[in-house]
Structures are given as structure tokens and as C-alpha cells.
Design a binder for this molecule. Structure first.
Ligand SMILES: [Ca+2]
Ligand SMILES: [Ca+2]
Ligand SMILES: [Ca+2]
Ligand SMILES: [Ca+2]
Length: 313
């Protein structure tokens, strides 16, 4: 499965855990896992640690890089105390899942806040004109052919979809749906549509096998690696469910926004799998600290501005 800001889905279940994202290296981040991270989870079969770090810490993940090993362990330990809501000294899958959801929610709120402040409002709401000018420039003329005309059109379509009361302006709540459409049911079809438009090179409104593969693995000169062959099988076995040789809207939706799939649950299971040394299904603080690199960063830390850090948790 792939993850990304623009489109992605679950794909292979590996023995290592419940989630394995399809290897999507060298292609723009596609869809759905804005939820947890913009990083793709697996890169050509290599686990992408940054993905777990983002899911676990949000945008604070990077701050650990600047701490000394002692400081970062201490801070991680304090976070573990917070995650262990019932203070029984074990972090359960449920506690971990709730933490991941909290981190994600916090990220969305802060991101929306920051972007909201960056725009000029009209009567407390954001008009399309105001958004367009701030984002694409005050000189932009919608009637003139321009490089990013397609992007503007897409944004406008998404803006209208987010404008639930249809008054032509977005409230802050509506703006959150515009910025993070994958979080909102009424925006999901737009996410699917944008993904399809990206992949559907011949613009016939459906995704062929070659378009599907070409999106994940554009370098045609090289010999096709194993994971690409695996994706071909995925396409016919799981993606193209009605067997007509193409993915339509419903099939793409099923791929990038699988029903009954919860990213926070999958990530919690994955983190427990990675760190549960004695296999009792829950984590102690020691097990988490022993797998420091899985949760927040590599052991090799940069002493940079460590002295200026404060514990915020
Ligand atoms: Ca607990
Ligand atoms: Ca509105
Ligand atoms: Ca096509
Ligand atoms: Ca089909």
C-alpha cells in the first residue's frame, strides 16, 4: 500500500506486521497517509523509519535529532508515561493507538491554525479569491493560460466541495476539510479523483495496469525489480476487482481509502510488533527505550542545540 499526501493504499501484508506499504519510491507522494505522515512507509521494501517517527511524534519527531542520547531517552520516557494512561506500566495497543490519533489530531489543528492565520479573511471567512491570490499570486489571471492553471482548477473544485454551506467562503472548519480532505467523508471522492487524474496519463478516466505501474516505477530503462512484478499481481488480484483490466473510481477508492482500515490501529500494531521483545502483546518503558530508533530517531544524535531544549511533555 502506498501512503502519501496524494494517494496511497494498503498493499502487501508482510509477515512483519499488518501494514506494509507498497514501495513507491521515486514518485510523488500520492495520497492518503497524510493521516500519519507524508513519508511513505516502505521504500522498495526498506522500512522507512521516518514514517513511524512522524506517526509517533508528529512534527516534533525532528526535534529528537538535536538532543543528546541521555536527554532524548529521558524525554521519550516521559512520553511513555503519558501514553500509559492507566499507569499500569504497560503501553497497550489501545493506548498506543489513542496516542497516535492524538498526535495526528494535534497536527491537523496546528496546521489549520497556521494556514488560517496566513490568509486574509472576509467577515471571518476565507473566500476563493482571497485564497487563490495568496496561494498563486495577485497577478494570476484565471482566464489566461498558465502553467499551474490545472492546479488552480483543482484547488477551486476542492474549495467548492469543502464549502459545505455553499456561501462561497470557507469557515475555519471548512478550511480544515480543504487542507486535510482525507479526514472528511464528504471530501474523499475528491481525493480519489485527484489521485486518478495524476495516474491516468491517457485521460480516458480509468487506470490501466501500465498507468498503475508507471506511477510507481517510472524508470523504464532498468530491469523491472521484483516488487514491481509483485505490484502487477496486486493489480489483477486486488485492485481491479471486477476484472475488466482497469481501475475505476470505486476500485481506486478501495485502494487508497480502504474501508474498515484504520491507520492508527495498523501503526500501533506495527510499533508493538517491532518493540515487543518478550511477546506479551504490550510494551514496557524499557522495551520502548530499547527500540529508541523505531519510535523517535537514530541512536546517532546531533548535539546541536540540545542545550536550548525544554521538556514539553
Ligand atoms: Ca497502560
Ligand atoms: Ca462556507
Ligand atoms: Ca487511463
Ligand atoms: Ca476494474
Amino acid at each position: 500500500m502506498k501512503l502519501g499526501s496524494a494517494g496511497v493504499a494498503l498493499a502487501l501484508l508482510t509477515s512483519s506486521c499488518c501494514i506494509a506499504l507498497p514501495p513507491n519510491k521515486e514518485h510523488k507522494e500520492r495520497v492518503v497517509d497524510v493521516k500519519l505522515s507524508n513519508k511513505e512507509h516502505d521504500l522498495n521494501g526498506e522500512h522507512n523509519a521516518d514514517y513511524d517517527h512522524d506517526a509517533f511524534m508528529g512534527k516534533e519527531a525532528g526535534e529528537f535529532e538535536d538532543l543528546t542520547p541521555e536527554e532524548s531517552r529521558k524525554r521519550l520516557g516521559m512520553i511513555v508515561d503519558k501514553i500509559d494512561k492507566d499507569h499500569d506500566l504497560f503501553v497497550t495497543e489501545q493506548e498506543l493507538q489513542q496516542w497516535i490519533q492524538y498526535v495526528q489530531k494535534k497536527y491537523v489543528l496546528e496546521d489549520t491554525d497556521r494556514m488560517w492565520k496566513d490568509h486574509e479573511l472576509d467577515g471571518g471567512a476565507l473566500s476563493w479569491d482571497s485564497y487563490r491570490k495568496r496561494t498563486y499570486g495577485y497577478e494570476y489571471d484565471p482566464d489566461e493560460e498558465q502553467d499551474f492553471a490545472e492546479m488552480v482548477k483543482r484547488d477551486e473544485r476542492k474549495f467548492k466541495q469543502a464549502d459545505q454551506d455553499g456561501d462561497g467562503k470557507l469557515t475555519k472548519e471548512e478550511f480544515a476539510a480543504f487542507l486535510h480532505p482525507e479526514e472528511h467523508d464528504h471530501m474523499k471522492d475528491i481525493v480519489v479523483l485527484e489521485t486518478m487524474e495524476d495516474i491516468d496519463k491517457d485521460k480516458d478516466g480509468k487506470i490501466s495496469l501500465e498507468e498503475y505501474i508507471g506511477d510507481m516505477w517510472p524508470n523504464k530503462e532498468e530491469e523491472e525489480p521484483e516488487w514491481v512484478k509483485g505490484e502487477r499481481t496486486q493489480f489483477s488480484s486486488y485492485r481491479d476487482t471486477n476484472g475488466d483490466g482497469f481501475m475505476d473510481h470505486a476500485e481506486v477508492k478501495n485502494w487508497i481509502i480502504p474501508p474498515n482500515y484504520d491507520h492508527s490501529e495498523a501503526e500501533a500494531k506495527h510499533l508493538i510488533y517491532e518493540a515487543d521483545a518478550n511477546k506479551d502483546g504490550k510494551l514496557t518503558k524499557q522495551e520502548i527505550l530499547d527500540k529508541y530508533d523505531v519510535f523517535v530517531g537514530s541512536q546517532a544524535t546531533d548535539f546541536g542545540d540540545a542545550l536550548n531544549r525544554h521538556d514539553e511533555f
